[in-house]
Design a protein around this ligand. Structure first.
Ligand code: SF4
Ligand code: SF4
Length: 447
């Protein structure tokens, strides 16, 4: 496989497969071709993540592709939640097959029957040896967590993901943005909930969505104002994610040139302003809260690191009615399901051709991604959103792809023009940022 060269600006070229930057005339120096084969998923110590998916409501965000709440299909199961006995039985059964788990995640509506979850964790605490103890993660609405629930989450060191809502709700000023009182009240309630976590020194990562209604409000200069407002909130870190293209109500339509030319131009300006804001902070200001998506991309381009595809097909998403899916995003489609009761070995997963297809899908083999500047370092490719049965894994994700492409271009230019002037200063800041993310268990390379 050979990479494509992209001209970033006159005299600056970027190879999308190796992530090398070339100066001068392309081809004027020997091309470096680093290995591009991803590390095998299943090394000797590999253990899957097990996602308990309370399916009574839409499952939430994916920390691999940043898929936001609502990107996934609504799921309805005959049985809406896990009892204590369900948790224990499924854990023990799957643990026998896979030899334990890297992480146990609780998504959907895990607070609704929290006592079952609490008893399960207490049970694990007395039955699982320390060296096999998995990481624990939970997705919650911060405003709904009771003091007792918080005590349990804190005691067992859960990693907490908080869904905050839409960017528009942080930006009320001068009548330019949303003024709906209901939304404002709900948003303030969530923020008070976050304060309760941070007061206990529990790390909170917030994910904001950006959709068509924000784009309609956007005007040049406003992105910087939104971001500085977000950074003033009490949370460890945030990401701002364009809503997935698969959601018709929020589509930007940036791919439909004739109809949406104006929206496309506005979105491009928003992406460029966002990149410039983050890079300016890198030179001038504190970067502790800069989005992981952006800083992760910068670090991967600097180090020519290949971003691994998401874990769909390798992690297990289990519904209360005993079906295992490659990821929550497929849980509305029974073709991808493997019944828990029929799983006796890892091979039983791949005996289902739909499940196996998800496991084997690779960004580097997508004909669309092959032609994209961000190919090596991209973190937005989502097997669920890219799946198109007529053209496997080449489905359009234009809003996210445009963002990634603008970020990549701006970062490459920054690395050529700005970075060499303040190399040590920038490296020190990035290393501190990376250390913080690892300490807070929010590394962006893993899923
Ligand atoms: S998903 Fe989009 S941004 Fe990522 S490599 Fe593919 S085309 Fe590029
Ligand atoms: S397919 Fe992958 S990237 Fe998409 S939601 Fe599932 S785990 Fe996340």
């Amino acid at each position: 496989m050979i990479g494509m060269l992209f001209e970033v600006k006159e005299g600056i070229w970027f190879d999308n497969l190796s992530a090398t930057i070339h100066r001068g005339t392309p081809g004027g120096r020997r091309r470096k071709e680093p290995g591009w084969e991803p590390e095998p998923r299943r090394g000797q110590n590999w253990r899957p993540t097990l996602v308990y998916l309370s399916a009574s409501e839409s499952p939430s965000s994916c920390r691999s592709c940043h898929a936001d709440c609502g990107s996934h299909p609504f799921i309805q199961t005959a049985k809406p939640f896990f009892t204590f006995a369900d948790y224990v039985e499924s854990y023990e059964r799957l643990s026998r097959v896979f030899g334990g788990f890297d992480t146990l995640s609780f998504f959907g509506d895990p607070l609704a029957h929290f006592d079952d979850l609490r008893r399960f964790i207490v049970h694990l605490d007395t039955h699982v040896p320390r060296e096999q103890w998995p990481d624990l993660a939970i997705h919650v609405d911060p405003a709904s967590v009771t003091r007792q629930q918080m005590d349990v989450l804190e005691h067992y060191g859960f990693r907490i993901a908080a869904e905050i809502g839409s960017l528009k709700q942080t930006t009320q000023e001068g009548g330019r943005t949303l003024t709906d009182a209901m939304d404002r009240n709900a948003y303030n309630r969530v923020l008070r909930g976050i304060d309760r976590f941070t007061d206990r020194d529990i790390h909170v990562f917030a994910q904001y969505t950006f959709d068509r209604s924000q784009l309609d409000r956007y005007e040049p200069g406003l992105a910087a104002e939104w971001y500085s407002r977000l950074e003033s909130l009490q949370m460890d870190n945030y990401d701002v994610i364009p809503l997935g293209s698969s959601i018709s109500r929020a589509r930007f339509g940036v791919d439909e040139q004739d109809q949406w030319e104006e929206a496309r131009a506005r979105y491009l300006t928003f992406c460029e302003e966002s990149a410039d804001y983050y890079l300016h902070k890198l030179l001038e200001d504190d970067i502790a809260k800069l989005p992981r998506m952006f800083v992760g991309l910068l670090l991967r381009i600097m180090t020519q690191t290949l971003y691994p595809d998401c874990s769909a097909g390798y992690s297990l998403s289990l519904t209360p009615d005993r079906k295992i899916f490659p990821c929550a995003a497929f849980a509305a489609d029974d073709r991808f399901a493997v019944p828990l009761d029929e799983l006796n070995s890892p091979e039983d997963l791949t005996a289902n051709p739909w499940f196996r297809g998800i496991q084997e899908a690779e960004r580097l083999r997508s004909s669309k991604c092959e032609k994209c500047m961000a190919l090596r370092a991209c973190s937005v490719w989502c097997k669920a959103q890219a799946l198109d049965e007529s053209s496997p894994f080449d489905q359009s994700m234009d809003e996210r792809c445009m963002l990634m492409s603008v970020y990549t271009r701006r970062i490459v230019q920054f690395l050529v023009e700005q970075y060499p002037k303040q190399r040590e200063f920038i490296r020190t800041k990035l290393l501190a940022y990376d250390r913080d993310r690892l300490r807070q268990k929010s590394a962006y390379e893993t899923v």
